[in-house]
Design a protein around this ligand. Structure first.
Ligand code: ZN
Length: 306
């Protein structure tokens, strides 16, 4: 079963509605993948282990795990609750010891990070983010989140960045539609205005049914542009990647770019923004695979560290 090639690892993208699990040696060599519904931890991890056991019979054992998870998470290796999902609103997953749950299957080097840091790392390793450092990856979907790569490493800190909750002006349609921020914690944050459910509530239509000439497109773009401007002014990323289901709204990405240039208003004079915005704010190079690719990269990094 063993070979002298690069080591086989398992990558887990843990989302609030589904887990994507892959086994391979890199994003370019994924041998098997599974999509598992997120129910309760016992059942979901049980399904992950079942898949990994099947892969073990076919390809041999994996050497490391990489997990990119919904959060919030404890990423501090010195903390007693390192490897936990912490205060998530997701029922049954509060204070779940993710890393230890996998160690019960096999004690292996395990990379653990947020879903968005993993997606950033996936794009940095194999996608649109190659050579871009700092790199920011934002997902706009059921929620809004951001991950970053800084000096080649996923950005942590006190906890980890929560870019979805930066404060932005209300969408231009706000007064007309009496659309409030939908975030239970904040009165005017990015996620509360532009996550899929917020857009659907404001306009009464699902984001995948919005045509590109609908006013919701520009309204969403204008608000997202304020969020991106804040991030550019804070982290000075060399590239921003926008993923997630809402970004599949037709016509949204080009409008985000043009609004972003307007919001920055010539203050940041980098040619990347003034002349090359189409290559500065981009869609993921790996499509919907940024997260699983990042989970593989986390596993490979954990293995090298061990
Ligand atoms: Zn918020």
């Amino acid at each position: 079963m063993s070979s002298s090639g690069p080591p086989l690892v398992a990558g887990i993208e843990a989302g609030g509605t589904k887990f994507n699990v892959v086994v391979g040696t890199s994003h370019e060599d994924i041998r098997a993948r599974a999509r598992i519904n997120t129910t309760n931890p016992k059942e979901t991890i049980g399904e992950v282990v079942k898949f990994l056991l099947g892969c073990k019979r076919r390809f041999g054992p994996v050497s490391a795990f990489g997990i990119g998870s919904f959060g919030p998470l404890d990423l501090d290796p010195k903390s007693r609750t390192y490897g936990f999902i912490t205060s998530t609103p997701k029922k049954g997953w509060q204070h779940f010891d993710f890393v230890t749950a996998l160690a019960a299957y096999a004690r292996l080097p395990t990379g653990f990070d947020t879903d968005v840091n993993a997606a950033a790392l996936g794009e940095y390793s194999w996608g649109e983010g190659i050579g871009a450092d700092p790199l920011v990856y934002i997902t706009v979907g059921t929620g809004v989140g951001g991950g970053a790569i800084l000096n080649g490493q996923p950005l942590h800190g006190l906890v980890h960045p929560e870019m979805g909750h930066i404060h932005v002006p209300a969408p231009p349609s706000g007064e007309v539609l009496f659309a409030n921020c939908q975030c239970p914690y904040h009165k005017s944050c990015l996620e509360g205005y532009v996550c899929g459910p917020a857009i659907a509530a404001r306009w009464g239509v699902r984001t995948d049914r919005i045509p590109d000439d609908h006013p919701a497109v520009e309204d969403t773009a204008a608000t997202l542009a304020h969020g991106l401007a804040n991030i550019i002014l804070t982290l000075s990323p060399r590239k921003i990647i926008l993923g997630g289901g809402v970004m599949k709204m037709r016509g949204l990405l080009p409008q985000v770019r043009s609004h972003l240039v307007k919001v920055l208003n010539g203050y940041v004079t980098a040619p990347a923004i003034l002349h090359d915005i189409d290559r500065y704010v981009v869609a993921p190079g790996l499509g919907d695979d940024s997260g699983v690719a990042g989970a593989i990269a986390l596993a490979i990094r954990a293995l090298h560290k061990a």
